[in-house]
Design a protein around this ligand. Structure first.
Ligand SMILES: [Zn+2]
Length: 354
C-alpha cells in the first residue's frame, strides 16, 4: 500500500475516484512553447494551397483546415489559444464534464505548470502524463538511456513531479510508438511496464498506424510485467477496422479507446491507406463493442491537438462528445447506464492506483 493506492493523482494532488465524474481520457490542452516541437506533425499543403495555409483562420478556410489540419504551422500552435482552452474547459464543466486526461508527454512539449493553472482556474480535474512520445521526438539523450534509467525517470515523474516541478503525473502516457516499433520505443514500452509494476498506475499507449500494432505492444508490455487490465489502447478508430480482428484484440483485456471524435477528414496524411471513420461510424463501432459485451472496457475522447478543433476557431471543442455524441449513442442501442460506464465508471477504474 502506498499513499497513491485507491486514489487518482491530478495536477492539484490526490483525489477520491468518485470525484472525477465524466472523463475524457485522451486530450491535449497546451504545450510549453509557442512554435516548437509539435511541428514534427507538419505536412506540406496540397500544391496551390500554400496561400490558404499562410492565412488559415478565416471563415472561407474552415473546411480546408478541417481537411488539412497538419498543413499549416499556425494550426499546430495550440499554446496560442491558451485563454480559449480555459474558456472551453469551463464550457466542458457546464456541459457536465468533470475530468480531462492530458496526454502530452516528453517529446511533444508537456507543460505541467500550465495544466495546474488551468485546473485551478476552471475546477476541471486534469491528469498529466509521464513518459515519452514516438521515436522521432526522442532526443539523443533519451535514445541512449537504459530501460532502468527510463523506468526511474518515469517513476520520478509520478512520485516526485515532472520537468523540474513538484507537479506529479497521474498516468504513464501517451507512450508513443510507430510501426514498426523502433528499439528506442521498445525500451520505453519496457520501462513503462516496469514503472507500472512498481506503481500500480494507469498506462495509455499511442499505437503505430498498422492493425497489428496494438497486439504487438500488448505482447511487449506483458513480457515486461505490465498490467494490461490497467492499460488504454488509444486511437483504435484509425488502427483496427476489421470487426473480427477488433474482437480478437478486445480479448487481451486492455481498455479500448475511440478518441478521434470530431475528426472527419477524407485523406489521413499519416497513413493514406486509412479511411478515417466519421463520428456516425465511430458510434456504430461502439454499439457493436457494447453488444459483444465490452461495455466495461470502452473509453472515449477527442484527442484535440490542433487549433482548428477549438470552438473559437470554428471547431467542435472539448464538449462535443457530451453534447452531440452521447445523444447519438442513445439512439443507436447504447443505454444511459452503458454511456455512464463509458464516460464515468471505466475511466474511474482505469485511473485509480492499485
Ligand atoms: Zn494524443
Amino acid at each position: 500500500m502506498s499513499e497513491l493506492t485507491g486514489k487518482v493523482q491530478t495536477v492539484l494532488g490526490l483525489v477520491d475516484p468518485d470525484q472525477l465524474g465524466r472523463t475524457m481520457t485522451h486530450e491535449h490542452l497546451t504545450y510549453k512553447h509557442l512554435t516548437t516541437k509539435f511541428d514534427f506533425m507538419y505536412v506540406p499543403p496540397p500544391p496551390g494551397d500554400e496561400a490558404v495555409a499562410e492565412n488559415p483562420f478565416q471563415m472561407q478556410h474552415m473546411h480546408w483546415l478541417q481537411q488539412n489540419p497538419y498543413s499549416c504551422h499556425e494550426n499546430l500552435q495550440l499554446k496560442k489559444d491558451n485563454d480559449a482552452v480555459r474558456d472551453e474547459l469551463l464550457a466542458y464543466k457546464k456541459a457536465g464534464g468533470g475530468t480531462v486526461v492530458e496526454n502530452t508527454t516528453t517529446g511533444i512539449d508537456r507543460d505541467v505548470s500550465s495544466l495546474r493553472q488551468l485546473a485551478k482556474d476552471t475546477g476541471v480535474h486534469i491528469i498529466a502524463g509521464a513518459g515519452y512520445y514516438v521515436d522521432c521526438t526522442h532526443t539523443d539523450a533519451t535514445k541512449k538511456m537504459s530501460v532502468e534509467k527510463l523506468t526511474d525517470t518515469i517513476v520520478s515523474e509520478v512520485i516526485h513531479g515532472a520537468d523540474g516541478t513538484d507537479i506529479r503525473c497521474g498516468v504513464i502516457g501517451e507512450i508513443g510508438t510507430g510501426w514498426p516499433i523502433t528499439d528506442s520505443e521498445k525500451k520505453v514500452l519496457q520501462a513503462t511496464a516496469h514503472a507500472q509494476a512498481q506503481l500500480g498506475c494507469p498506462v495509455i499507449i499511442h499505437p503505430g498506424r498498422n492493425h497489428a500494432a496494438p497486439a504487438e505492444i500488448v505482447r511487449i508490455l506483458q513480457e515486461a510485467g505490465g498490467d494490461i487490465s490497467k492499460t488504454v489502447m488509444s486511437h483504435l478508430d484509425r488502427t483496427i477496422f476489421d470487426e473480427g480482428e477488433l474482437l480478437e484484440f478486445a480479448n487481451v483485456g486492455s481498455y479500448l479507446e475511440y478518441d478521434l471524435f470530431g475528426t472527419e477528414m477524407l485523406n489521413y496524411p499519416f497513413n493514406l491507406e486509412v479511411d478515417m471513420p466519421s463520428d456516425s461510424q465511430r458510434v456504430k463501432i461502439l454499439a457493436f463493442l457494447v453488444k459483444e459485451g465490452y461495455e466495461d472496457k470502452i473509453v472515449v475522447a477527442h484527442d484535440i491537438h490542433t487549433r482548428n478543433r477549438l470552438t473559437i476557431n470554428g471547431g467542435h471543442g472539448y464538449s462535443h462528445i457530451l453534447k452531440n455524441i452521447v445523444p447519438k449513442m442513445l439512439t443507436r442501442g447504447i443505454s444511459q447506464h452503458q454511456v455512464d460506464k463509458i464516460l464515468i465508471e471505466n475511466p474511474k477504474h482505469w485511473l485509480t492506483f492499485k
